[in-house]
Design a binder for this molecule. Structure first.
Ligand code: ADP
Ligand code: MG
Length: 427
C-alpha cells in the first residue's frame, strides 16, 4: 500500500514538481548481495570490501590475480559510466592492475559523490568499495527473476544483450528479451532451463553449467523472499565459466519476520532517520517537500488528506501513517518524528477512529503534546467512534489545539496557520 501512495505522489496526482520521495525498500550493497549469493552456491568472483584507500591497498596485496575491479558501493546502478561530483573522476567501476593503482582509484572514489543515470545530480556518497577479481569476460548477458503480477508467480527474464540498461534493450530490441513464467510449486523445468541457455546463445557444452546457475539463482530468489534478483551482467568468461558479476536484490517487506538476517544487513546511512524511526515502531513515513506535517492512520486517508491539503493551497512536508493502532506511545513518537522535520510549520492530525476510539486517540494526542511540547500549531480532525468525546477532551484541555469538524475544515485551518506562522517569523 505504501508503495502505491508513493507512486501516486510521484505521478501526476498533485501535478507537483520533483519530490524527494524516500523509499522504504530494503537495499543491499553489491558486496552484501554477493555474500548471499555465495551462501546459495551462485558463482560470483572473489571479492573483498574496504572503506579506505589503505584498506584497498591491503586487500589487493592479500589477493593474487592478474587484475582487479574497484567498484563503488552505492544504491544505484550505472556506476561504470558514472562520474564523481567533487573531482570529475570518470567511472564508479574501474579496472586496476595492482595495489598501487587500486589505492589511487579508491582515493578518487571514497568520500565523494557518484552521479549515475539512476541518481539525482547530487549523486550518492561512496562510503565503501568492493575489490573484485577481474574476470575475462567473453559475453555480457542479462538475467533476472522477479515476482510477476500478471502470471502471479515468479518469472525469469533473460537477454543475450546484457551489461547495458535492460530498459533500453526493451525499447530498442524487444525481441532480445525472453520471459519464462515459473510454476512456483516446481521451479524452472529442465525444458525451461534448456530454452534459457539457447536464448542466451550458449554453446551446447555449457548447458549444464547454465542450468546449474539458473537453478541456484532461482533457489536463492525463493529462499530469501526476494521480489527481484537482477544480474547484469550475467557473464560468460573466455574460460567457459559463468559468473554473476553485478547484482540487485529487492525483498518483500512482509518477509521481515523470517528474513531477519537479511534485513539486519541493510545499510540505513542513506535513509532519512525519521523513516528508520517510523519503521521501528511499525509505522510508515514519507518525506515530502512542503511545510505541513501530517499524521494519519491508513494509506487511503493519507492520500485523501494530501489531496484536500493541495486543494486548499497547502503543501505536505511529510506524512506519518500510524497504521491500525494508535497507542499513546506511538502517538508521542509520531509527534517527535513529524516535528523533527525542519520545514514543518504546522501539524495536521487526521485520524479515523475505527479500530482505535477517538477519545483514546485524543488522550494520546494530549499526552504527547504535554510530553513533547508544541512549537508549531496543531490542527486535529477526528472522525469515527466516540468522536464527540474526543473533540471535547481536546477543547477542554486548555492546550492550544485547533480542532476541525471535517477534512476540508482541517485542511483550511492548517493552511491558514502555516501562512500566519510564516508571517510571524518574518516580523
Ligand atoms: P554498473 O551496472 O553499476 O555499471 P557493474 O557491476 O555492472 O556496475 O559493472 C560495470 C561493468 O564493469 C560490467 O558491465 C562489466 O563489463 C564490468 N565488470 C564488473 N565487474 C567485473 C569483474 N569482476 N570482472 C570484469 N569486469 C567486470
Ligand atoms: Mg551492471
Amino acid at each position: 500500500m505504501l508503495q502505491l501512495i508513493k507512486s501516486r505522489f510521484q505521478k501526476s496526482l498533485f501535478n507537483l514538481p520533483k519530490f524527494s520521495i524516500l523509499k522504504r525498500n530494503l537495499n543491499l550493497h553489491e558486496w552484501q548481495s554477493k555474500t548471499l549469493m555465495q551462501k546459495h552456491d551462485v558463482a560470483v568472483e572473489s571479492f573483498k570490501v574496504a572503506d579506505s584507500a589503505q584498506g584497498v591497498y591491503k586487500a589487493i596485496k592479500g589477493m593474487d590475480y592478474p587484475s582487479y575491479v574497484i567498484k563503488s558501493q552505492i544504491f544505484a546502478g550505472g556506476r561504470g559510466r558514472g562520474r564523481f561530483v567533487e573531482n570529475g573522476f570518470q567511472g564508479g567501476v574501474r579496472f586496476a592492475k595492482d595495489a598501487e593503482e587500486g589505492y589511487k582509484f579508491a582515493k578518487k572514489m571514497l568520500g565523494n559523490h557518484l552521479v549515475t543515470k539512476q541518481t539525482d545530480e547530487k549523486g550518492k556518497l561512496v562510503r565503501s568499495v568492493m575489490i573484485s577479481q577481474c574476470m575475462n569476460i567473453k559475453r555480457e548477458l542479462y538475467f533476472a527473476v522477479l515476482m510477476d503480477r500478471v502470471s502471479q508467480g515468479p518469472m525469469i527474464i533473460v537477454s543475450p544483450k546484457g551489461g547495458t540498461s535492460i530498459e533500453e534493450v526493451a525499447e530498442e530490441t524487444p525481441d532480445l528479451i525472453a520471459r519464462f513464467p515459473i510454476d512456483v510449486d516446481i521451479g524452472p523445468t529442465m525444458e525451461q532451463k534448456k530454452k534459457i541457455a539457447e536464448f542466451l546463445e550458449f554453446n551446447k557444452s555449457l548447458f549444464p553449467k547454465v542450468s546449474k546457475e539458473v537453478q541456484a539463482l532461482y533457489d536463492l530468489f525463493i529462499a530469501t523472499d526476494s521480489s527481484l534478483v537482477e544480474i547484469n551482467p550475467f557473464a560468460e568468461t573466455k574460460e567457459g565459466d559463468i559468473f554473476s558479476l553485478d547484482a540487485k536484490f529487492n525483498f518483500d517487506d512482509n518477509a521481515f519476520f523470517r528474513q531477519k538476517e537479511i534485513f539486519e544487513m541493510a545499510d540505513k546511512s542513506d535513509e532519512d532517520p525519521r523513516e528508520t524511526e517510523a519503521t521501528k515502531m511499525g509505522s510508515s513515513y514519507v518525506g515530502l517537500d512542503g511545510n505541513i506535517g501530517c499524521m494519519v492512520n491508513g494509506a487511503g486517508l493519507a492520500m485523501a488528506t494530501l489531496d484536500v491539503l493541495k486543494m486548499y493551497g497547502g503543501e505536505p512536508a511529510n506524512f506519518l501513517d500510524l497504521g491500525g493502532g494508535a497507542s499513546k506511545t506511538v502517538v508521542i513518537k509520531a509527534f517527535k518524528i513529524l516535528a523533527s522535520h525542519p520545514n514543518v510549520k504546522t501539524i495536521l492530525v487526521n485520524i479515523f477512529g475505527g479500530i482505535v476510539r477517538c477519545d483514546m486517540i485524543a488522550n494520546g494526542i494530549l499526552d504527547a503534546v504535554k510530553e513533547v511540547g508544541l512549537d508549531v500549531p496543531l490542527v486535529v480532525r477526528l472522525a469515527g467512534t466516540n468522536v464527540e468525546k474526543g473533540i471535547k477532551l481536546m477543547n477542554d484541555s486548555g492546550l492550544p489545539i485547533i480542532t476541525a469538524s471535517n477534512l476540508g475544515d482541517a485542511a483550511r485551518k492548517a493552511v491558514k496557520t502555516v501562512k500566519s506562522f510564516v508571517k510571524k517569523k518574518l516580523m
